[in-house]
Design a protein around this ligand. Sequence first.
Ligand SMILES: Cc1cc2nc3c(=O)[nH]c(=O)nc-3n(C[C@H](O)[C@H](O)[C@H](O)COP(=O)(O)OP(=O)(O)OC[C@H]3O[C@@H](n4cnc5c(N)ncnc54)[C@H](O)[C@@H]3O)c2cc1C
Length: 493
Amino acid sequence: MPEQQPRIVILGAGMAGILAGIRLQDLGYQNITLYEKADRVGGTWRENTYPGLTCDVPSHFYTYSFERNPDWTRHLPPGPEIQAYFERTARKYGINELTRFGEECNDASYRDGRWQLQFVSGHTDVADILIAATGVLHQPNYPEIPGAESFQGALFHSARWDHSVGLEGKRIGVIGNGSTGVQIVSALAGKAALLEHYQRTPQWIMPVENGRFSEEERAAFRDPEVLAKAMNVDEYMAAVEAYTQSITDIESEASQAMAQACRDNLEQSVTDPVLRERLRPDHLPLCKRLIFSPDYYQAIQHPQARLVSNGIRAIEANGIRTVDGELHELDVIVYATGFHADAFMRPMSITGRDGVQLSEFWQERPKAYLAVTMPGFPNLFMLNGPNGPVGNFSLIDIAEHQWGYIERLIARLDAGECDAIEPSMHAMETFEEERVEAAKQTVWYRGGCVSWYLDAQGIPSSWPWNFQRFVDCMAEPDWSAFNLPAPAAASHT
Ligand SMILES: Cc1cc2nc3c(=O)[nH]c(=O)nc-3n(C[C@H](O)[C@H](O)[C@H](O)COP(=O)(O)OP(=O)(O)OC[C@H]3O[C@@H](n4cnc5c(N)ncnc54)[C@H](O)[C@@H]3O)c2cc1C
């Protein structure tokens, strides 16, 4: 390690930013600051507090590999336990001390070989290395429904849950049937006087067990060997491979098997044939992000629950008016309408080398070489950046692989082998052309649906190959893809 360490700034103290902070400290870096616009760590799990919030990755896999958690109470981790896990981990590894909370970066400009950072508060900083860990599902997507402002009841987005609003005995409308809408409806069935679920397109639902771990099991999991055995990593990784195979090859046996499991679930769980047909998607399973739920079909068949599949015309003072003219009187409306998944660091303004703007570079679509680096933006590394793997597996695992890759890039900088690291435009364009072509073969593109996985051009914005290819790409950088200018002079301060 050179005497003068690089100045490293991490933007965001969610799962990815905490990971970067822990790993950098492990490597001996001391000149690190995390900036977090909120007042605590946690990102997604701090912001989303809706009833029923559950991660659909088996709980023991939704942790850092170096910080397993024997205390999960259920097979799928509940949101509040995940938030507690990140808070605990941040405390344990000294992340809070490294973090300036309440600081939102709004401008990052690469000038004179360093990133000049500006914050909404007026604070400024500089960095030799900038890690963007600002999240993917972060900026809520509010649907444009005429008349929403006239609603007399409570109306909020699922990621901005208003806990001052009582729900018992209320008439509640939930708009949107992705994983979030399904989880909210499942949690509220039987509690609300009326629960209406507004569905634009039916979704396939994969059944899943979500039992409790007993006290004895949790106590036993404190022994890492017992936990490792219970986790059965090989079996889990085989399931992840089968999942990615289903996505990349819709003719595959894995794809057929998943589709059949979803169809059987619908047939066996919904008794009313009319409701069953209204719940039956006309696209292939996995075309949209697959929903795992142990109890949605029961919830939507609850006597107080109602599936509304006529489109929404407007929101009025007393409820929702559907296109068939019916007024659905409601006390509470929840937008379970997702996020701007293409925002990434934005609305932050980012200016790279020679004045290149991120907004211009991403004009067609967000893109990055292997989802981590971009030509023209030296020493800027992204965790969970554009077109990385997404699916029903752990983004923590993805971020750890990406971090391994970033660590190798930083090591070269730190060894003084180069002043700046960025991929060549040729490498970027070749990668992106291949990615787009491969994306057109996936179920996301060919499965007959529209989903938030598609970018503005209708191309799936994700890693379109199998999981192992991602692991291999992250294991060792292909150095021929990078511009590595020799150092002019030692410039770290
Ligand atoms: C409802 C929901 C369910 C999910 N379920 C799953 C699941 O089942 N499995 C799974 O793997 N993943 C799931 N995810 C994805 C989840 O977002 C990731 O697993 C993970 O938490 C992402 O961590 P992150 O650190 O990359 O981003 P985030 O958690 O979004 O954290 C980003 C942080 O950056 C901060 N920030 C952003 N911009 C700035 C700025 N300009 N300046 C300073 N700070 C900034 C934010 O405040 C935030 O704290 C889910 C997401 C949501 C919303």
